[in-house]
Write a protein that binds this ligand. Structure first.
Ligand SMILES: [Zn+2]
Ligand SMILES: [Zn+2]
Length: 270
């Protein structure tokens, strides 16, 4: 028993450090680019024109680091107890065809999107919102640091997704690593505070399915609606998408392209 505790503790510590290094990398680089070095250059991509509050950053980093260790504990518990042997996690690449790595990754994303949407709806029940989810919503104008700024119980709820997933879908550690990076990337994009989707994206069918930074930013500025993480599907099915989303996305894109047009003209005349 003591040995097991030691083993889970050790893996929690190591994975926690790795998670948080990844947080500083995946959230820190966009933060340096958009908020420190090229703020003026990217101003036309800003979703909310007011600046994100500096007082938010420290709180967000503190809660995100805690979330990093909580997720690490859940993964350590899964990998170092008998749960792993009963789960569908496999380490021999020959056990499934190579293409299964991609299929299992897609299934993991779909499962996580569903988990996130319904958990998020649960966190918006007034009593739970007030005592738990409010921590995340203190950031009305989010920045990359907001990505994992969760209350202790919210971080547990988010991290627990890995347990049912490991029992439903055969997953190789490569898939898990890539899945982990995707979670970081989508969270940082959703909280970036800048819309970086290219112009063609609005006309593509992908716009009908995939969330954008404007989508989640509206959730933070309006406090309700737009509960999805990767896709618009659940929000559209359940009628919880902010009615002004498409208009808002178009308004922000139009602003960007009008400014680009003006810049080009000014530069040509100079
Ligand atoms: Zn929320
Ligand atoms: Zn958020």
């Amino acid at each position: 028993m003591n040995e097991l505790l030691y083993e889970v503790g050790k893996v929690t510590f190591l994975l926690g450090i790795l998670n948080n290094l990844r947080y500083f990398l995946v959230a820190g680089i966009p933060f340096l680019v958009f908020y420190i070095f090229y703020t003026k250059k990217f101003q036309i991509l800003k979703i909310q024109l007011k600046e994100a509050r500096k007082s938010d950053f420290l709180r967000e980093i503190k809660y995100s680091l805690l979330s990093g260790f909580i997720t690490a504990f859940i993964v350590a518990f899964l990998l170092r107890t008998s749960l792993k042997n009963n789960s569908l996690i496999y380490s021999d690449l020959n056990e499934y065809p190579i293409y299964w790595l991609f299929i299992s990754y897609a299934l993991a994303i779909l499962f996580h999107d569903t988990w996130f949407y319904w958990l998020h709806r649960l966190f918006h029940i007034p009593w739970i919102y007030k005592h738990v989810h409010n921590v995340h919503h203190l950031s009305v104008n989010p920045s990359p640091w907001t990505s994992f700024s969760f209350h202790f119980f919210e971080a547990i709820g988010e991290g627990l997704v890995i347990i049912p997933l490991a029992f439903l879908v055969p997953l190789h550690p490569y898939t898990l690593i890539f899945f982990g990076f995707t979670i970081f990337a989508i969270n940082v994009y959703g909280h970036l505070g800048y819309e970086i989707a290219p112009k063609w994206f609005r006309q593509s069918f992908l716009f009908e399915l995939i969330n954008t930074s404007v989508h989640h930013n509206l959730h933070h500025s309006k406090f309700k609606g737009n509960y999805g993480l990767y896709f618009r599907i659940w929000d559209r099915l359940m009628g919880t998408e902010n009615k002004e989303y498409v208009e808002e996305f178009e308004r922000i894109q139009a602003r960007r392209h009008t400014n680009e047009y003006l810049d080009i003209n000014i530069n040509n005349k100079a």
